[in-house]
Write a protein that binds this ligand. Structure first.
Ligand code: C2E
Ligand code: MG
Ligand code: MG
Length: 261
């Protein structure tokens, strides 16, 4: 409780200056096709390095940014930086992959969010098909009709939509048909104890079967070992992401680890 209060006061004040001071950066984590383990894309994950505080993990500063209403600004920075990096990769002759960005609930509620995405892509000359947007269940449940319209507009631009942390929110399954999603990401809490946990195995199988029936792709996050990867591949999960295949890393490290074709 005290830590929380202190975080809000101290981090909140610092966070307001973070963007202007160039303290945010992005790390990229590979996402692989389960079938042949080829890298199909990367997830962009925001990092905040405050000289006087050291690195602050997103799990600690994002809730504060949300509560202070700063997430739209952070999110816009992430979107533009992702597109800038994508254009740099394109210039290096890298193509045929996607980069996923995480959207917060607040960002999705902004009236100009679709314009922001369109402009970021145009400014950097990045094809919309290279951009994925990861949403959470809870952010879909706020102003459902408005969100539905926004997502349809985003899809019309050509970006694809993933539902992150699937299974942990209020699983009102109706949105799976009402929203035009492309992919479900099984939350890592269901992956952690695979394949030993029979309950989690049932949950994972069920999510894969349901998603495929609804013509959605399925990814698993938090894959940390070969046993988990093998099980997920065997039950038909389409994509894998986790420390077993690569930790989130800065773009220059990605350049070295994943050489051009
Ligand atoms: P997420 O979107 O579900 O991202 C996956 C998180 O799991 C990342 O944590 C990643 O580093 C971590 N992870 C990946 N593989 C493994 C694994 O094998 N084992 C374990 N234990 N963890 C793994 P990270 O980077 O700390 O981010 C935490 C959360 O913060 C993200 O969860 C996302 O909800 C949020 N976040 C990060 N960047 C952004 C952003 O730019 N915008 C918004 N709105 N949220 C962000
Ligand atoms: Mg995510
Ligand atoms: Mg997740």
């Amino acid at each position: 409780q005290m830590q929380e209060l202190e975080d809000r006061l101290v981090l909140g004040a610092r966070l307001r200056e973070a963007i202007a001071r160039d303290e945010l950066s992005l790390h990229y984590q590979p996402q692989l096709a389960a079938a042949d383990l080829r890298v199909t894309g990367f997830e962009a994950l925001v990092r905040w390095n405050r000289p006087d505080l050291g690195p602050v993990p997103p799990g600690r500063f994002i809730p504060i940014a949300e509560s202070l209403g700063l997430m739209p600004e952070v999110g816009l920075w992430v979107l533009n930086e992702t597109c800038r990096q994508l254009s740099a990769w394109l210039e290096q002759g890298r193509s045929g992959f996607t980069v996923a960005v995480n959207f917060s609930a607040q960002q999705l509620q902004r009236p100009d969010i679709v314009d922001q995405v369109r402009e970021a892509l145009a400014r950097h000359g990045v094809p919309a098909t290279m951009l994925e947007i990861e949403l959470t269940e809870s952010s879909l449940m706020e102003n459902v009709e408005r969100v539905q319209g926004r997502l349809a507009e985003l899809k019309a631009l050509g970006v694809s939509l993933s539902l992150d942390d699937f299974g942990t929110g209020y699983s009102s399954l109706s949105y799976l048909r009402e929203f035009s999603l492309d992919k479900l990401k099984i939350d890592r809490s269901f992956v952690n104890d695979l394949p030993e946990s029979t309950d989690d195995a049932v949950i994972a199988r069920t999510i894969v079967a349901m998603a495929h029936q609804l013509r959605l792709r399925v990814a698993a996050e938090g894959v940390e070992n070969e046993a988990q990867a093998g099980f997920l591949r065997q039950i038909g999960c389409d994509e894998l992401q986790g420390y077993h295949f690569g930790r989130p890393a800065p773009a220059d490290e990605i350049d070295r680890k994943f050489p051009r074709d």
